[in-house]
Write a protein that binds this ligand. Structure first.
Ligand code: FAD
Length: 313
């Protein structure tokens, strides 16, 4: 029978799940605490001399190996919202004009409320009510958690303790990310990986459909990010750009803009379940932490959760 679902988290996993459930006729509403679409595939804008510049400050690119995700990527490519990025590696895809494009497109076709942080769920009869100041009044037949592992216990500890316990055992690596704009192109290749404190650096402008500005994204390695997790943003930007300078032969062009973003939970562990669905209580969970630390895994986790729901109906 058809149900009304609330999905908490409108990143790749939640949207992929919602897309399949809606296609099967279920009612789906998504709630996301973020201001706009993307989750960990977000893009950040900055003003520079009256012009907007943009950085992919979360996921850098994604790959597609599984047939189910490949079909989705082909559809996105046909819609012009993803394109290959050969500078990173063969088989690398990025959203265009920014990384969040596929998530944004999925969100536009779904019923998503942004700016809505959900703090818990409460049983009401045979249904569920969402808790928190931004929660809607309605009662749902089923609830799905599609948020990072570390945030799951707060949402589900009371209603699905076994899911919360599994999530607690899954630990993510943090990632400090510096966004910088230079006046000219630095003497560096388009991408750098595993270079001391720098886990990854990329010339955002080398991605398809980006502007002319010399925008760079520099990520601390997981170890460096963990050691420096509580540093100030300015200090992190200075330290990682100093590292970048060393890789550029000791000089960098004039710095026009810099900022840093701390991802506390960037690359997740893998609980190895694919997805979780409790068919008697109508509670489910999906997200990269159940499938693997990548965009493709997040999609597949959402896809698999929808499959479990459809199989159990
Ligand atoms: P998310 O994208 O995190 O979505 C969860 C959503 O839930 C968010 O939008 C959040 O706002 C919302 N939310 C959380 N709590 C609540 C709440 N209480 N109430 C309401 N909403 C809530 N993957 C790759 O494949 N390639 C890469 O190169 C790559 N690089 C990465 C680099 C960085 C810096 C980061 C951070 C990640 C990277 N990843 C990469 C991983 C990839 O981004 C993730 O695996 C994927 O985007 C996870 O999708 P998700 O839907 O599971 O979670």
């Amino acid at each position: 029978h058809l149900m009304e679902f609330a999905i908490i988290g409108a990143g790749m996993a939640g949207l992929a799940c919602g897309q399949r459930l809606s296609a099967a006729g279920h009612g789906v509403r998504l709630f996301d605490k973020g201001r706009g679409p993307g989750g960990r595939m977000s893009s950040r804008r900055a003003e520079l001399g009256g012009k907007a510049v943009q950085f992919d400050h979360g996921a850098q690119y994604f790959t597609a190996r599984d047939e189910r995700f490949l079909r989705q990527v082909e559809a996105w490519e046909a819609d012009g919202i993803v394109a290959p990025w050969p500078a990173a590696r063969e088989g690398a895809w990025v959203g265009t004009p920014a990384m969040n494009a596929p998530v944004k497109a999925m969100a536009e076709r779904a019923n998503v409320t942004f700016g809505a942080r959900i703090e818990g769920i409460r049983a009401v009869g045979t249904g569920w009510k969402l808790c928190g100041p931004d929660a809607p009044r309605e009662i749902f037949d089923a609830v799905i958690s599609a948020i990072p592992a570390e945030q799951v216990p707060a949402l589900l500890a009371a209603s699905a303790p076994e899911m919360a316990t599994l999530a607690k055992q899954t630990v993510s690596d943090p990632c400090w990310t510096v966004m910088a704009v230079f006046a000219e192109r630095p003497d560096l290749p388009d991408t750098l990986r595993n270079a001391g404190a720098i886990g990854w650096a990329a010339r955002n402008a080398s991605k398809p459909g980006r502007g002319e500005a010399e925008c760079w994204v520099v990520q601390g390695s997981p170890e460096w990010s963990r050691t420096n997790l509580e540093e100030e943003r300015e200090a992190v930007a200075t330290l990682l750009l100093e590292q970048l300078k060393q890789h550029a032969g000791g000089t960098l062009p004039e710095l026009l803009h810099s900022d840093a973003h701390r991802w506390r939970y960037a690359m997740c562990g893998d609980a190895g379940e694919g997805a979780l669905w409790d068919a008697s209580r109508h509670i489910g969970a999906c997200g990269d932490w159940l499938h693997g630390p990548r965009v493709e895994n997040a999609y597949l986790s959402g896809w698999e959760l929808a499959q479990r729901v459809l199989d159990s109906a």
